[in-house]
Design a protein around this ligand. Structure first.
Ligand code: ATP
Length: 353
């Protein structure tokens, strides 16, 4: 287990500034995820931590040791690439044993460790198969076994589930979580899939064009996004451009179209804002002391275990979500609808995008 610290890491490729001074602190035994859209610098960060690439400036520490310019093998980290390239001419057993043979461990010890790793990824009995005789998910598990058998201080996983179908992805992400907990290793995980990040992580760093926008637990990131980018990246949400028209201490009144929302909390200087409201926080039933928005139904969409009501408030679309069929009884397209929202569930953030 290792703790990883990045201090002000800058990395450029020609004209492209891939990382613009990143600070991160990944704790012992944590499953930490870098989440962000394509090209935001996730893989570059991972490669720099792995020692496969070096920063232009800034420092990297593994516990108290500076490793900024140490090679990959000197750091003892392991990287599982996106395409989990197993050696096709080697059996499952030999693929997993490879790293231990390089370390010149005694044969019995190699055998014991390979069996332990196979058991951990639930692939006992598959020792003699070749990669082509395995399913995608099984290959993935062999790749993970091969990585953990050498007992890395740090496991780096770059989109490890991207080649799998939806069902296997779900299975494997629980597997990775289980293995990480059992071994107590520090894992740095890279994905652009916010749902995967939420499900698997202890903490998430949301990245955007070479910067870290926010670090927090999945709950913090989802419920208390600090920027418009983070709010809009974390699943379906209502992000409504608005402006501050009145201030009293940390309370403000904001306006969009002809709607006025009073008594919201906001302290930033900028008057150009967005109002962020999660669909599931909007009630179709009256709530006391709540903000009340009167509009028209645009659409009612059934998703099985929940229903979404898309309302039009002037030109602004706002989505409400409910799990209760009764809430939508009496609503019809083009008919009137009222949305009720507790003030605590309305975030006001500076306009950014
Ligand atoms: P993805 O999810 O698509 O893998 P990412 O978030 O991992 O994206 P990076 O691969 O870290 O993003 O890339 C960050 C930026 O740096 C991008 O603009 C990319 O084009 C650029 N970049 C990365 N590697 C190189 C390289 N070897 N040469 C030139 N530009 C590079």
């Amino acid at each position: 287990m290792v703790e990883v610290k990045l201090e002000n890491i800058v990395k450029t490729f020609g004209e492209t500034v891939a990382l613009k001074g990143i600070d991160l602190h990944i704790k012992h035994g944590e499953l930490f995820t870098l989440l962000g859209p394509s090209g935001c610098g996730k893989s570059t960060t991972l490669r720099i931590i792995a020692g496969l690439d070096f920063p232009d400036s800034g420092r990297i520490f593994f516990d108290d040791q500076e490793v900024t310019y140490l090679s990959s093998s000197e750091r003892g980290a392991v990287l599982v690439f996106q395409n989990y390239a197993l050696w096709p001419h080697m059996t499952v057993y030999d693929n997993i044993a490879y790293g231990l043979k390089i370390k010149k461990l005694p044969k019995e010890e190699i055998d014991r460790k390979v069996k332990w790793a196979l058991q951990l990824v639930k692939l006992e009995g598959f020792e003699d198969r070749y990669p082509t005789q395995l399913s995608g998910g099984q290959q993935q598990r062999v790749a993970i076994a091969r990585a953990i058998v050498v007992e890395p201080k740090l496991l780096l996983l770059d989109e490890p589930l991207s080649n799998l179908d939806a069902k296997l992805r779900l299975e494997m992400r629980s597997e990775i979580r289980r293995i990480q907990r059992e071994l107590g290793i520090t894992v740095l995980y890279v994905t652009h899939d916010q749902e995967e990040a939420m499900a698997i992580s202890d903490r998430i760093a949301v990245m955007n064009v070479g910067t870290v926008e926010q670090v927090g637990t999945p709950k913090e990131i989802y419920e208390k996004p600090k920027t418009e980018f983070v709010a809009s990246f974390m699943g379906k949400t209502n992000v409504i451009p608005a402006k501050v028209v009145e201030r009293q201490g940390d309370k403000v009144t904001v306006e969009f179209e002809h709607f006025r929302l009073e008594g919201l909390t906001y302290t930033d200087k900028s008057d150009k804002v967005v109002i962020v409201i999660r669909p599931e926080r909007i009630s179709l039933k009256p709530l006391e002391n709540a903000v009340k928005l009167e509009g028209k139904v645009d659409l009612i969409e059934y998703y099985g275990f929940f229903i979404e009501v898309v309302g039009m408030f002037g030109e602004t679309r706002i989505i409400a979500r409910t799990i209760n069929d009764k809430d939508v009884m009496g609503l019809k397209p083009q008919g009137p609808v009222t949305f009720y929202i507790n003030r605590d569930d309305i975030l006001v953030l500076p306009k950014q995008l």
